[in-house]
Design a protein around this ligand. Structure first.
Ligand code: C2E
Ligand code: MG
Ligand code: MG
Ligand code: MG
Length: 292
């Protein structure tokens, strides 16, 4: 009967929801121990200059290697940690690790490239955010310009005055500020103009074939022109093909990051890129690292 079918349907729905809640609970129950037991790892994804393909930096991306579940996607646990507040603790771990990595490169005499860390919107409301970051910089004797802070565009649109204040403060201390996922939030031109900023990180939706709209070509050109005019650098993320790389280069994009160039990797592997002579020069066919 129809009634029976609906009943079944709801039962399936409840089951999915129940499983999801159980999984969220299990994640929440194990996060503190995971941090203590070093299940969280900091991976680095290289960034290159769009023209010339010089290694220009890295983004620090957290990975959770869970003993039972294997590698979990940040897309699953980060939103959960943003809800339950654990993100501030995890981010501080990632920032300190990133500083330790930078210090190691200096000690080893490797070339210096900056590391960009993600700053969750929850972190911005911590009164001691600036002190914590400055504390790490001092502990590892780094120049703050080596640590770039990625703040998602949508975070900028709530409590604007407070955010501007905090980010101004960070910038005055010498940190470089990158607006992450640019184009997914709702910044007005007026707001952009008032924002303390150094870099725009274009969201990958603009360049992915599945999501890019014909009008995005014009939008991209506009963004590049705007950035030039405002004296901001542009990083494109999610570059997956040679065609995308070439197009971004034509458009005047400054830096590129994406699977076509290199995937996020353990810090020790990234070190090999820093050490190897070939890192500074892009090979003729445009590929530096094979997409796998
Ligand atoms: P995001 O900051 O925008 O980072 C870029 C994401 O795109 C990363 O996903 C990266 O692995 C992925 N990516 C890079 N190149 C490509 C590509 O060519 N194609 C595709 N499809 N994806 C690419 P990931 O590592 O899964 O992280 C997802 C999001 O989780 C990040 O987006 C960021 O918002 C958040 N996240 C990751 N690590 C941290 C962290 O340590 N702290 C905080 N607060 N958030 C983090
Ligand atoms: Mg980011
Ligand atoms: Mg991003
Ligand atoms: Mg993104």
């Amino acid at each position: 009967s129809i009634k029976g079918q609906y009943g079944k349907h709801f039962a399936v729905y409840d089951e999915n929801l129940r499983n999801q809640l159980l999984r969220e609970q299990a994640i929440t129950d194990s996060m503190e121990a995971a941090l203590a037991e070093e299940q969280f790892l900091v991976y680095l994804q290289p960034k290159y200059t769009a023209e010339g393909g010089c290694l220009a930096g890295a983004e620090a991306l957290v990975r959770w290697n869970h003993p039972q579940w294997g590698f979990l996607s940040p897309a699953e646990f980060i939103p959960l940690f943003e809800k339950n507040g654990f993100i501030t603790k995890l981010d501080q771990f990632v920032w300190e690790r990133s500083c330790a990595i930078l210090k190691r490169w200096i000690d080893q005499g490797y070339p210096q490239v900056p590391v960009s860390v993600n700053v969750s919107r929850a972190d911005i409301y911590q009164a001691d955010l600036c002190d914590i970051l400055v504390g790490f910089i001092e502990k590892y004797q780094l120049s703050p310009s080596l640590l770039h802070l990625e703040i998602t565009e949508s975070a900028y649109t709530e409590n604007q005055e407070q955010i501007i204040d905090t980010v101004n403060n960070l910038r005055q201390r010498g940190f470089i500020i990158e607006m992450d996922d640019f184009g997914t939030g709702y910044s007005s031109l007026n707001m952009l103009n008032e924002m303390p900023l150094d870099v725009l990180k274009l969201d990958m939706k603009f360049i992915r074939n599945e999501t890019a709209k014909p009008a995005d070509e014009g939008v991209l050109r506009f963004i590049m022109g705007l950035a030039r005019w405002m004296d901001l650098k542009v990083v494109a993320e999610g570059v997956e093909t040679k065609e995308q790389l070439e197009r971004l280069n034509e458009l005047g994009c400054d830096y590129v990051q994406g699977y076509y160039l290199a995937k996020p990797m353990p810090a020790i592997e990234f070190e090999n890129l820093l050490k190897s002579g070939q890192l500074a020069v892009m090979s003729r066919d445009g590929g530096r690292n094979h997409k796998d």
